[in-house]
Design a protein around this ligand. Sequence first.
Ligand SMILES: [Zn+2]
Length: 97
Amino acid sequence: MSHTVESEKQASLRCRACESGQVMIISKYRYFIMTSIFPVIVTVAIAFLFDLLFLLFIPALLLMNLMIAERKTPLLICQNCRKRSRGHLTKTANPHN
Ligand SMILES: [Zn+2]
């Protein structure tokens, strides 16, 4: 009798392409941080090289990335075939579905 203990909470999620259960979830904030760090560093670098007024772009940049993150997350990345897809988290808090 096989009694597999699925310790990870995302164990129920499966890749749509290869049916692998090894799917990584990128949350909104992780996606936001991932997409924001590099542009912010570049903008800060440009600001110090050219004009500090470029720093004014940072809040707009962060806001834009936050909007993108809201749309694209939760992002599921399959660790088996590297396919990315937008997933719907099965939250236990939702009584419907
Ligand atoms: Zn896959």
